[in-house]
Design a binder for this molecule. Structure first.
Ligand code: ZN
Length: 180
């Protein structure tokens, strides 16, 4: 299979797995828009052309948020892609505040590819929280931004363009939210 066929296979697979899910914004955008945006940001702003990274970006929420199994990803996309998806998958048996703390602690230990995906994932989420937010109170948006800064701190030194893009976004977010 060619690279583009592999990436399209991932888009096809993820769109089916996420087909009944919506984002938390007011317009309830189809969930698949998010993983596609993450992969697109990697390909454009970050200049990533490595297909395992782009494929895992498209699939990054399938294990965490759908019925997708590790075995399915193994057989459809190979062990390497599955391991990458697992690196950015939270353990949903843990409470949310614990999962968020673990993301901060584990970020520096992620592989180079997983750091790229984490950087792009949080950048897309911050973009959404600023431009097309879920109905969160102001305080929750501010604390979300602060939490992403802590996770991103552990991913730095991975892709300068992407990190600069994130930094500009957070600077804009601070102004917009009047936080510090
Ligand atoms: Zn995500």
């Amino acid at each position: 299979m060619s690279t583009s066929t592999d990436i399209l296979a991932a888009v096809h697979f993820a769109s089916d797995k996420h087909r009944n899910q919506r984002r938390k914004n007011k317009k309830e955008t189809p969930y698949i828009n998010h993983p596609i945006a993450v992969a697109h940001l990697l390909a454009t702003v970050a200049g990533v052309s490595d297909s395992p990274t782009l494929i895992a970006a498209v699939l990054h929420d399938t294990i965490e948020d759908t019925e997708t199994t590790r075995e399915e990803l193994d057989s459809e996309f190979g062990v390497g892609v599955r391991q990458l998806v697992e690196e950015v998958t939270d353990d949903k048996t843990l409470e949310k505040h614990v999962r968020k703390q673990l993301q901060i602690e584990h970020a520096p230990e992620l592989s180079y590819r997983a750091k790229l995906i984490k950087l792009a994932d949080l950048t897309c989420n911050v973009t959404d929280v600023l431009d097309d937010p879920p109905p969160w109170p102001h305080e929750r948006r501010v604390s979300y931004l602060k939490w992403t800064e802590q996770v991103i701190a552990g991913c730095r030194g991975t892709n300068e363009k992407l990190e600069q893009h994130y930094d500009r976004l957070v600077a804009r977010g601070r102004l917009a939210l009047h936080g510090d």
